[in-house]
Ligand binder design. Structure first.
Ligand code: PMP
Length: 364
């Protein structure tokens, strides 16, 4: 077997070894099924149990209140950009508020505008998306259909430390890159979505948590696959779901519960990991320049620059040779990005922080 690297990929990202090993063990014959989860009916009792376990693990980890449904949908988080506006904006006489803190929020706005009126209630664009707004900076509409924000902007590495207060307006959130990385109060939200491929599983499935009253807002006549009400009524089994991806979500959430001990524990580990890298940046005397303002720094995606693009390319190349992959920043912003989701062990961040110190000593 080839050696596993320290994988700093932004997504699809590394998965917990325990989950991969369990999947590997049961790949040819899932216990009781005599076949892989990939090879059996999505309406079988075996898969039904997997689906229910994946859902109930999420409910347990987040203490999801009983007036919410957990759904699994396809089309990536990008499809949610459209689907949210179709379900909650289309046909209303309201507009939707969007808090714009990075590249993913921009894409969400682009799609929502195709369905109705959108107000950008704060934009970090002029600032190069290096921070999130203070509550006092938000120009909120008390009558908005909903207010959308992105908890963690994966490309820029800025993260809300707490959710914005939008009063009685339904709070809708793209949590793709920090879902299940820390505890939060589900009851503050009307709708949460998260593509799986960062913290909770492979690409191909999106976890959705929707409050029951939002289901009542879904307009008549939507295409079936885009209708949250229909998906909820069919318990995410309206059509063939991404069975294997949901199975891995079940294993990863089981790992979070049994091996890690829940979200408060994983948050503490994530804070420890991020601190190793931010300390290396802050202790470099300006050699490494963090992108995000300190009070908005992401615990998931650490982004920084070096003195030149040549040095950045050298850094990425030499880190890879030292067993640390996926560090090149997103093409739109450049620099370095270390994605350190739940599955990244503390040792990976220690190795990277040590490498940063050595690299600066040699090239500073
Ligand atoms: N939102 C955020 C915050 C993301 O990080 C991503 C993926 N990088 C997306 C949306 C888009 O996800 P997908 O590729 O699954 O459509």
């Amino acid at each position: 077997m080839e050696q596993r690297v320290h994988n700093f990929s932004a997504g699809p990202a590394g998965l917990p070894l325990a989950a991969l090993e369990e999947a590997q063990r049961d790949l040819l014959a899932y216990p009781g099924a005599g076949a892989s989860i990939m090879e059996i009916s999505h309406r079988s009792k075996t898969f039904e149990a997997v689906l229910q376990a994946a859902k109930s693990n999420i409910v347990q980890l987040l203490s999801v209140p009983s007036n919410y449904k957990v759904l699994f949908v396809q089309g990536g988080a990008s499809m949610q950009f459209s689907q949210i506006a179709m379900n909650f904006l289309r046909g209303t006489d309201k507009s939707a508020d969007y808090i714009l803190t990075g590249a993913w929020g921009s894409k969400a706005i682009k799609e929502a505008k195709k369905e109705g009126a959108v107000r950008t209630v704060w934009s970090g664009k002029e600032l190069g998306f290096n921070r999130v707004p203070a509550q006092s900076e938000l120009d909120l509409d008390a009558n908005a259909a909903y207010c959308h924000f992105t908890t963690n902007e994966t490309i820029e590495g800025v993260q809300f430390q707490t959710e914005p207060n939008v009063g009685g307006v339904p709070l809708v959130c793209d949590m793709s890159s920090d879902f299940l990385s820390r505890p939060f109060d589900v009851s503050k939200y009307a709708f949460i979505y998260a593509g799986a491929q960062k913290n909770i599983g492979p690409a191909g499935v999106v976890a959705v948590i929707i409050r029951d009253d939002m289901l009542a807002r879904v307009p008549e006549g939507l295409h079936s696959m885009l209708d949250y009400k229909l998906i909820a009524e069919n318990d995410s089994l309206y059509n063939t779901p991404p069975c294997f991806a949901i199975y891995i979500v079940m294993l990863v959430t089981k790992w979070l519960i049994n091996d890690i001990g829940g979200l408060a524990k994983i948050e503490a580990i994530n804070r420890q990991k991020a601190a190793l890298l931010y300390d290396a940046i802050d202790g470099s005397g300006g050699y490494y320049r963090g992108h995000a303002q300190k009070d908005c720094r992401s615990l998931m995606n650490v982004t920084w620059r070096l003195p030149s693009e040549e040095l950045e390319a050298k850094f990425v190349k030499e880190a890879k040779a030292a067993g640390m992959d996926g560090l090149k920043g997103h093409r739109s912003v450049g620099g370095i990005r270390a994605s350190i989701y739940n599955a990244m062990p503390v040792e990976g961040c220690k190795a990277l922080a040590d490498f940063m110190t050595e690299f600066k000593a040699k090239n500073g």
